[in-house]
Write a protein that binds this ligand. Sequence first.
Ligand SMILES: Nc1ncnc2c1ncn2[C@@H]1O[C@H](COP(=O)(O)OP(=O)(O)O)[C@@H](O)[C@H]1O
Ligand SMILES: [Mg+2]
Length: 239
Amino acid sequence: MLETHSLRAGYHGGTVLQGIDLTADRCSVHAVLGPNGAGKTTLLHALAGLLPVASGRIGLAGADVTRLPAHRRARAGIGLVPQGRRVFASLTVAEHLRVAYRRRPTSWSPDRVLDLLPRLGERLNQRADRLSGGEQQMLAIARTLLTGPRVLLLDEPTEGLAPAVAADVLDLARRLAADGLAVLLAAPRPALVLPIADRITVLGAGRITTALDGAAARRDQALVLAALAPPRQAPQESL
Ligand SMILES: Nc1ncnc2c1ncn2[C@@H]1O[C@H](COP(=O)(O)OP(=O)(O)O)[C@@H](O)[C@H]1O
Ligand SMILES: [Mg+2]
């Protein structure tokens, strides 16, 4: 569904992504792992069109979307759920859903989203800043679903959540993939995402250091952990 070829992007002329090749397929969860600063958010922003691509190519269902602005990429089916959720503190759940749906009706109606996330249905008149972190994350995902994505980019969706709540969010990601979406999920560590990942890519300093299918990663978790381990410091020369 989504593919990148030699993707390079960065800030103020500095390159962060040093040539990324990856794919996100329908009905699958692709986890992009890497420590803080590895370039996960930069990658998702470049895919969503929030950051210009310096060189390389992004394909969506065979079409070249590399130069499309963010709103046209969203319309083409790339949906980003940003790191930190970014819900509007003073808007209620119902208002978030209404605004997202009004913008452009898709096959995802608020009713369909609430069937999937009944907990949000119980909170319709709550302001977003009164929701728990898990509920805010669900709301952020709901809002993006209403834009009708084919590819769902989830940037650290379990950040700051208790393990049981994080598991609910990841179960939702898995169900959305089973329903046909291509899910690309950024996370710093493998522990929670390994069970649901069909594909694992490890980023280090803007490069892919390891790419594995999920089953291989689950069989040999040491491979993933080794790829995430910080490089050993060269011993300091003593005088
Ligand atoms: N807005 C920005 N301006 C300049 N540099 C940035 C900006 N955002 C991130 N970076 C740099 O890009 C690199 C990758 O960051 P980021 O994509 O946020 O990593 P991750 O999401 O994996 O933690 C880091 O070196 C970071 O300092
Ligand atoms: Mg990030």
